[in-house]
Design a protein around this ligand. Sequence first.
Ligand SMILES: [Zn+2]
Length: 81
Amino acid sequence: MGTTKTFRFRNYEITGDPLGEVTYAAECVSGEEANCGAESGDMAEKTDVDRWIAEHVRDTDHRRYRRTVADYVLAEPGEWQ
Ligand SMILES: [Zn+2]
């Protein structure tokens, strides 16, 4: 006996959550065969990440990083399509 799934889609309004903290982080992706992988961890200010990178460059001379920004959003249901 087969199963049938029906999906209905609804529009959502996605807005920034004022209670959610924006965080910044960086990961060192320098390296010939494997990435260094050093991570700054989540930081509240972009300048904190810049400082972490500057210190990592000073200590290792690594020059390539993956920087991420994370925020929180709220999804408010809208009309059914
Ligand atoms: Zn590194």
